[in-house]
Design a protein around this ligand. Structure first.
Ligand SMILES: C=C(O[C@@H]1C=C(C(=O)O)C=C[C@H]1O)C(=O)O
Length: 376
């Protein structure tokens, strides 16, 4: 019978040697970083790493060990790059140029745009975020709202980015990259939809229900109870309410907010909930200025990665190694590059923190593109 204690003593001694070797290796990595900072050579050298992995896997005594040692070396090299990015970060300021640090967002007489009409959920989100001291105006599409802000014809726009039931609003993810706008805030709004019809109408009269596709998706379970209703998509929930009011046809109903119902003189046709109790939408506030408020605690970024095995893993290791908490990740297809994706990430932090800077420099160096969408 083998002696467990003795074997464990030997394992401990090997681990001690690994630790010493690791520390020696990390010191050398520091010297490599100094060389790279002085010469401008990129930290990541894929060829060098591939050759090392090939060489070490060839000299392993079994396939199992070859895989194992490659895994260890891959991790070790990833850590060595993270250390080099930390050193690089001390010499790098460009990434954060142009940001304006503020106590609070400037809202006095600000012009705020949203998509839809008065009574749309975005108008409620705008009121909740900004209070009543701002001027709001509405436009027909999300892209118009973003364009107006990017051309500095308005200060802010309020855009829905995700709903707790129906998921992300894909178009917003795609659009915010196309214009020079920054996320400067967010507002979560509990959403309670109502089924709205003409005064005097009854639920049994309904044949067609109008709403925004997101609202229809949020009420999917309820609508299953009425398979005979035709579902028609419109640009906005408030637009749907206005249509029902204008058409004066008792067979039409809209799914929209309570305030849209009041605004267009409609009556609630259904007492029960149309979506879950927790149904909420997260709106982002965008600006044409790189504002960061003092207590900003969330960072949104977007990056593209080389289409190679492990590239997302390595990008995320920059967050893990710097103890940063990722709160969301989404991927969206890159147009004209079939089945290649860009990633949208939210994580907790402030751009002034060294860990955040280290992580972003690491991702920037290994990603094809990095966009900092905002810190709010
Ligand atoms: C240390 C270096 O930097 C990076 C890390 C490597 C490593 O830890 O072995 C290898 C190549 C580079 O991606 C280097 O360039 O030698």
């Amino acid at each position: 019978m083998p002696d467990l204690e003795k074997i464990r003593d030997e394992i401990d001694s090997i681990d001690g040697q690994i630790q010493k070797l690791f520390e020696r290796r990390m010191n050398l990595t520091g010297e490599v970083a100094e060389y790279k900072i002085a010469t401008g050579k990129p930290v990541f050298d894929q060829d060098r790493e591939n050759k090392k992995l090939e060489c070490i896997s060839e000299s392993a005594s079994s396939d199992f060990n070859a895989k194992g040692i490659c895994e260890i070396l891959r991790q070790t090299m990833s850590i060595s790059r993270i250390r080099q990015y930390q050193m690089l970060a001390e010499h790098e300021d460009d990434l954060f140029s142009g940001y304006i640090q503020l106590e609070h967002l400037p809202v006095q007489e600000a012009q705020v745009i949203y998509q839809g009409l008065e009574g749309a959920y975005a108008s409620e989100a705008a009121k909740k975020f900004f209070g009543k001291c701002v001027n709001t105006a509405h436009v027909g599409t999300w892209e118009e709202a973003i364009q107006i802000v990017s051309k500095k014809q308005a200060d802010y726009a309020v855009l829905p980015i995700e709903n707790s039931t129906a998921g992300i609003v894909q178009d917003i993810y795609d659009l915010i990259l196309e214009y020079p706008v920054y996320i400067v805030g967010e507002q979560i709004l509990p959403i309670e939809h109502e089924l709205l019809g003409l005064p005097g109408a009854d639920i049994s009269d309904v044949r067609t229900v109008f709403s925004h596709p997101q609202a229809l998706a949020q009420c999917k379970e309820y609508l299953k109870e009425h398979p005979d209703w035709e579902q028609r998509k419109l640009l906005n929930t408030a637009v749907a309410a206005r249509k029902v009011a204008d058409d004066k046809d008792i067979r039409q109903a809209a799914i929209a907010s309570h305030s849209a119902g009041e605004l267009f003189g409609l009556q609630r046709l259904e007492e029960k909930r149309l979506s879950t109790e927790k149904n909420s939408t997260r709106f982002i506030i965008i600006s044409n200025q790189k504002y960061i408020v003092k207590n900003a605690e969330k960072i949104s970024i977007c990056f593209e990665l080389p289409h190679k095995s492990g590239s997302l893993y390595h990008a995320l290791s920059n967050l893990i190694y710097n103890d940063l908490n990722m709160t969301k990740i989404e991927s969206r297809p890159i147009r004209d590059r079939n089945f290649e994706y860009r990633f949208f990430l939210d994580f907790e932090g402030n751009l002034s923190e060294p860990e955040v800077k280290n992580a972003l420099i690491g991702i920037q160096n290994e990603a094809d593109e990095l966009y900092i969408l905002g810190n709010y």
